[in-house]
Design a protein around this ligand. Structure first.
Ligand code: COA
Length: 176
């Protein structure tokens, strides 16, 4: 899947080293879901790669820069509920110099295109911390709507924050 500035490809063993560095990037960790080990060691990252490699239902993509093929982040489907044709997704740009420059927004557009054109789900959901304005704006640019707010669900730097639930439905995607 190729866009103007990024493309998505499968995650390879050779990505583990950079992925490990990205997961230890403070800004990335701060904005990513609770439960990811921090600090992440190389073995944690290798274990994650191995666990995903063995799954037949995993949809994990490396986000790469078209200009030089550098692996700059990842995105994918975390889980699919086939009974209700709904999935939960996630995305990160790992290198600070590629954040806030539209690379993640373009990667999300590619991921949505893959999901709605290749998988028969009707609903794509994600969660984002309320302080992560860049991510919220990026998702709105891809026409996600806010549909719920888990009050004070996240604790960061000594404070509680809301977690926002956003989604886009197949009909909305096709009408764009
Ligand atoms: C969230 C993420 C995928 C967004 O992708 P991106 O390509 O960096 O986003 P964009 O550059 O398109 O920016 C989106 C909007 O946020 C604005 N923005 C950029 N940096 C910002 C900042 N530090 N604070 C607030 N807004 C910011 C941009 O101006 C843009 O708005 P505009 O179109 O009105 O100008 C990416 O930044 C990222 O992966 N960040 C780290 C990990 C993360 O937060 N993952 C998501 C967890 S839910």
């Amino acid at each position: 899947m190729k866009g103007k500035r990024v493309y998505l490809r499968s995650i390879e063993r050779g990505d583990v080293e950079l992925a490990w560095q990205y997961m230890n990037n403070e800004d990335t960790f701060y904005n990513l879901s609770v439960g990811i080990p921090y600090p992440m060691n190389r073995d944690n990252e290798t274990d994650w790669y191995e666990s995903q490699r063995k799954r037949s239902d995993a949809y994990n993509f490396a986000i790469c820069n078209v200009e030089d093929d550098l692996y700059i982040g990842g995105c994918g489907i975390n889980s699919i509920d086939w009974n209700n044709r709904s999935c939960n997704i996630g995305i990160f740009i790992g290198d600070d110099k590629f954040k806030g420059k539209g690379f993640g927004t373009e990667a999300m557009a590619l991921l949505l295109s893959f999901i709605f054109n290749q998988i028969s789900v009707d609903r794509v959901e994600l969660r984002v911390f309320s302080f992560n304005e860049r991510a919220v704006k990026s998702y709105i640019k891809n026409e996600f709507v806010q549909e719920g707010r888990l009050r004070k669900a996240i604790y960061r730097n000594g404070q509680f924050y809301d977690e926002i639930i956003m989604s886009i439905l197949r009909d909305e995607y096709l009408k764009r």
